[in-house]
Design a protein around this ligand. Structure first.
Ligand SMILES: [Zn+2]
Ligand SMILES: [Zn+2]
Length: 233
Protein backbone atom coordinates (compact mmCIF):
# COMPACT_ATOMS: atom_id res chain seq x y z
CA UNK A 1 0.00 0.00 0.00
CA UNK A 2 1.11 3.61 -0.49
CA UNK A 3 2.48 4.69 2.83
CA UNK A 4 4.05 7.79 4.31
CA UNK A 5 7.34 6.94 5.98
CA UNK A 6 9.98 8.98 7.76
CA UNK A 7 12.31 10.41 5.10
CA UNK A 8 15.44 8.24 5.09
CA UNK A 9 17.49 11.09 3.59
CA UNK A 10 17.11 13.46 6.58
CA UNK A 11 15.81 11.01 9.21
CA UNK A 12 12.62 13.03 9.38
CA UNK A 13 14.19 16.36 10.34
CA UNK A 14 13.32 17.94 6.99
CA UNK A 15 16.74 19.62 6.83
CA UNK A 16 19.23 18.78 4.10
CA UNK A 17 21.89 16.32 5.26
CA UNK A 18 24.76 18.18 6.89
CA UNK A 19 22.47 20.99 8.04
CA UNK A 20 20.24 21.29 11.09
CA UNK A 21 16.84 22.84 11.60
CA UNK A 22 17.39 26.18 13.33
CA UNK A 23 15.52 27.83 16.17
CA UNK A 24 12.75 30.00 14.76
CA UNK A 25 13.71 33.70 15.03
CA UNK A 26 10.06 34.76 15.22
CA UNK A 27 9.04 32.74 18.30
CA UNK A 28 12.47 31.83 19.64
CA UNK A 29 11.65 28.17 19.54
CA UNK A 30 8.42 28.27 21.58
CA UNK A 31 6.20 27.73 18.54
CA UNK A 32 3.80 30.38 19.81
CA UNK A 33 3.46 34.11 19.44
CA UNK A 34 1.47 36.20 21.92
CA UNK A 35 -0.85 39.02 21.00
CA UNK A 36 -2.19 41.42 23.58
CA UNK A 37 -5.86 42.28 23.32
CA UNK A 38 -6.96 44.49 26.18
CA UNK A 39 -6.49 42.47 29.34
CA UNK A 40 -5.96 39.28 27.45
CA UNK A 41 -2.94 37.73 25.94
CA UNK A 42 -3.74 35.33 23.16
CA UNK A 43 -1.20 32.69 22.20
CA UNK A 44 -1.27 31.75 18.55
CA UNK A 45 0.80 29.17 16.69
CA UNK A 46 3.79 30.85 15.09
CA UNK A 47 3.18 31.36 11.37
CA UNK A 48 6.86 31.39 10.48
CA UNK A 49 7.53 27.84 11.73
CA UNK A 50 3.89 26.50 11.82
CA UNK A 51 4.26 26.03 15.56
CA UNK A 52 7.22 23.68 15.41
CA UNK A 53 9.69 26.22 16.89
CA UNK A 54 12.20 25.44 14.19
CA UNK A 55 12.86 26.68 10.70
CA UNK A 56 14.63 24.79 7.97
CA UNK A 57 17.03 27.00 6.01
CA UNK A 58 18.19 24.25 3.66
CA UNK A 59 15.28 21.84 3.12
CA UNK A 60 16.01 18.18 2.40
CA UNK A 61 15.76 17.74 -1.39
CA UNK A 62 14.08 14.33 -1.11
CA UNK A 63 11.13 15.30 1.10
CA UNK A 64 11.23 19.06 0.45
CA UNK A 65 11.47 19.76 4.15
CA UNK A 66 8.39 17.68 5.08
CA UNK A 67 10.40 14.97 6.87
CA UNK A 68 8.15 12.27 5.36
CA UNK A 69 8.03 10.65 1.95
CA UNK A 70 5.49 8.37 0.27
CA UNK A 71 6.52 4.92 -0.79
CA UNK A 72 4.82 1.69 -1.77
CA UNK A 73 5.25 -1.06 0.71
CA UNK A 74 4.23 -4.66 0.75
CA UNK A 75 2.87 -5.71 4.10
CA UNK A 76 2.24 -9.36 4.83
CA UNK A 77 -0.91 -9.90 6.91
CA UNK A 78 -1.85 -13.28 8.34
CA UNK A 79 -5.58 -13.93 8.02
CA UNK A 80 -6.87 -16.20 10.81
CA UNK A 81 -9.21 -19.05 9.83
CA UNK A 82 -12.94 -18.31 9.99
CA UNK A 83 -12.97 -14.55 9.30
CA UNK A 84 -15.95 -12.97 7.58
CA UNK A 85 -16.69 -9.85 5.57
CA UNK A 86 -16.22 -6.84 7.82
CA UNK A 87 -13.57 -8.47 10.03
CA UNK A 88 -10.91 -5.87 10.92
CA UNK A 89 -7.34 -6.99 11.36
CA UNK A 90 -5.07 -4.65 13.26
CA UNK A 91 -1.43 -4.48 12.22
CA UNK A 92 0.55 -2.67 14.86
CA UNK A 93 2.93 0.08 13.78
CA UNK A 94 2.09 -0.10 10.06
CA UNK A 95 -0.04 3.05 9.98
CA UNK A 96 1.09 6.59 9.21
CA UNK A 97 4.21 7.83 10.99
CA UNK A 98 3.76 10.06 14.01
CA UNK A 99 4.33 13.77 13.66
CA UNK A 100 7.84 15.05 14.29
CA UNK A 101 9.31 11.58 14.58
CA UNK A 102 6.59 10.23 16.90
CA UNK A 103 5.62 6.54 16.93
CA UNK A 104 3.60 5.31 13.93
CA UNK A 105 -0.10 4.48 14.14
CA UNK A 106 -1.69 1.11 13.33
CA UNK A 107 -2.97 -0.26 10.06
CA UNK A 108 -6.48 -1.75 9.97
CA UNK A 109 -7.24 -4.24 7.23
CA UNK A 110 -10.98 -4.68 6.59
CA UNK A 111 -11.74 -7.99 4.89
CA UNK A 112 -14.28 -8.75 2.19
CA UNK A 113 -14.89 -12.47 1.78
CA UNK A 114 -15.91 -13.60 -1.69
CA UNK A 115 -19.07 -15.73 -1.66
CA UNK A 116 -18.56 -19.45 -2.22
CA UNK A 117 -20.04 -21.26 -5.20
CA UNK A 118 -20.45 -24.38 -3.10
CA UNK A 119 -21.82 -23.13 0.21
CA UNK A 120 -24.11 -20.47 1.52
CA UNK A 121 -22.72 -18.97 4.69
CA UNK A 122 -24.72 -18.07 7.82
CA UNK A 123 -22.24 -16.87 10.40
CA UNK A 124 -20.03 -19.88 11.10
CA UNK A 125 -22.60 -22.33 9.70
CA UNK A 126 -22.44 -23.43 6.08
CA UNK A 127 -25.38 -24.59 4.00
CA UNK A 128 -24.86 -27.10 1.21
CA UNK A 129 -27.68 -28.13 -1.10
CA UNK A 130 -27.78 -31.84 -1.93
CA UNK A 131 -30.01 -33.03 -4.76
CA UNK A 132 -31.49 -36.50 -4.65
CA UNK A 133 -34.13 -38.31 -6.70
CA UNK A 134 -37.63 -38.88 -5.34
CA UNK A 135 -36.90 -42.62 -5.24
CA UNK A 136 -33.80 -41.98 -3.08
CA UNK A 137 -35.90 -39.68 -0.90
CA UNK A 138 -38.53 -42.39 -0.43
CA UNK A 139 -36.14 -45.28 0.18
CA UNK A 140 -33.28 -43.52 1.95
CA UNK A 141 -29.84 -42.99 0.47
CA UNK A 142 -26.21 -42.58 1.42
CA UNK A 143 -24.50 -39.57 -0.15
CA UNK A 144 -21.13 -37.89 0.06
CA UNK A 145 -21.18 -34.16 0.73
CA UNK A 146 -18.11 -31.97 0.24
CA UNK A 147 -16.78 -30.95 3.65
CA UNK A 148 -14.16 -28.24 4.13
CA UNK A 149 -11.53 -30.91 4.77
CA UNK A 150 -12.80 -33.58 2.37
CA UNK A 151 -15.87 -35.62 1.47
CA UNK A 152 -18.23 -36.56 4.30
CA UNK A 153 -20.63 -39.52 4.20
CA UNK A 154 -24.22 -38.70 5.07
CA UNK A 155 -27.17 -41.05 5.45
CA UNK A 156 -30.36 -39.52 4.18
CA UNK A 157 -33.20 -41.21 6.05
CA UNK A 158 -36.04 -42.71 4.05
CA UNK A 159 -39.17 -40.64 3.65
CA UNK A 160 -37.29 -37.34 3.76
CA UNK A 161 -39.11 -34.25 2.50
CA UNK A 162 -37.60 -31.70 0.16
CA UNK A 163 -36.18 -28.74 2.08
CA UNK A 164 -35.20 -30.75 5.17
CA UNK A 165 -31.94 -29.62 6.77
CA UNK A 166 -29.55 -32.29 8.03
CA UNK A 167 -26.87 -31.08 10.44
CA UNK A 168 -23.24 -32.21 10.41
CA UNK A 169 -22.00 -30.87 13.72
CA UNK A 170 -18.66 -29.08 13.81
CA UNK A 171 -18.10 -29.27 10.05
CA UNK A 172 -18.67 -25.56 9.37
CA UNK A 173 -16.38 -22.53 9.56
CA UNK A 174 -13.93 -22.25 12.47
CA UNK A 175 -14.49 -19.49 14.98
CA UNK A 176 -11.45 -17.18 14.65
CA UNK A 177 -9.03 -17.73 17.51
CA UNK A 178 -11.05 -20.63 18.94
CA UNK A 179 -10.89 -24.39 18.51
CA UNK A 180 -14.59 -24.99 17.84
CA UNK A 181 -16.42 -24.68 14.54
CA UNK A 182 -19.89 -24.02 13.20
CA UNK A 183 -22.03 -26.73 11.56
CA UNK A 184 -22.48 -27.87 8.00
CA UNK A 185 -26.18 -27.92 7.17
CA UNK A 186 -27.21 -30.10 4.26
CA UNK A 187 -30.40 -28.98 2.61
CA UNK A 188 -31.99 -31.92 0.84
CA UNK A 189 -33.61 -31.06 -2.46
CA UNK A 190 -35.82 -33.77 -3.92
CA UNK A 191 -35.84 -33.67 -7.71
CA UNK A 192 -39.00 -34.49 -9.60
CA UNK A 193 -38.23 -36.24 -12.91
CA UNK A 194 -39.01 -34.00 -15.86
CA UNK A 195 -39.11 -36.83 -18.38
CA UNK A 196 -40.38 -40.35 -17.81
CA UNK A 197 -40.54 -43.22 -20.25
CA UNK A 198 -43.77 -45.13 -20.91
CA UNK A 199 -42.55 -47.97 -18.73
CA UNK A 200 -41.70 -45.60 -15.86
CA UNK A 201 -45.06 -43.87 -16.22
CA UNK A 202 -46.78 -47.23 -16.03
CA UNK A 203 -44.87 -48.11 -12.86
CA UNK A 204 -45.66 -44.74 -11.31
CA UNK A 205 -49.37 -45.19 -12.02
CA UNK A 206 -49.16 -48.60 -10.45
CA UNK A 207 -47.43 -47.01 -7.46
CA UNK A 208 -50.19 -44.40 -7.24
CA UNK A 209 -52.87 -47.11 -7.38
CA UNK A 210 -51.20 -49.13 -4.60
CA UNK A 211 -50.76 -45.97 -2.57
CA UNK A 212 -54.47 -45.07 -2.73
CA UNK A 213 -55.36 -48.59 -1.69
CA UNK A 214 -53.12 -48.60 1.33
CA UNK A 215 -54.92 -49.92 4.44
CA UNK A 216 -54.49 -46.57 6.20
CA UNK A 217 -56.16 -44.69 3.34
CA UNK A 218 -59.04 -47.14 3.31
CA UNK A 219 -59.70 -46.46 6.97
CA UNK A 220 -59.41 -42.70 6.36
CA UNK A 221 -61.82 -42.81 3.41
CA UNK A 222 -64.26 -44.90 5.38
CA UNK A 223 -64.08 -42.42 8.23
CA UNK A 224 -64.80 -39.54 5.86
CA UNK A 225 -67.78 -41.33 4.34
CA UNK A 226 -69.20 -42.14 7.75
CA UNK A 227 -68.84 -38.62 9.09
CA UNK A 228 -70.54 -37.26 5.95
CA UNK A 229 -73.42 -39.66 6.41
CA UNK A 230 -73.82 -38.67 10.04
CA UNK A 231 -73.64 -35.00 9.17
CA UNK A 232 -70.46 -34.41 11.16
CA UNK A 233 -68.43 -33.01 8.26
ZN1 LIG B 1 14.03 14.48 3.97
ZN1 LIG C 1 8.28 30.20 15.11
Amino acid sequence: LPKHVTCPNCSGSGAAPGSQPETCPQCHGTGQVRHSQGFFQIAMPCSTCQGTGQVIKKPCPRCKGQGIVEERREIVVRVPAGVDTGTRLRVRGEGEPGEHGGPPGDLYVVLHVEPSKKYERQGQDLIYTCEISFVQAALGHRVEVPGLKGPLPLDIPKGIQSGTLLRLKGEGMPYPGRSNRGDLLVEVKVLTPTRVSDKQAELLREFERLESESPLDKVKNLGKKLSKKMGLD
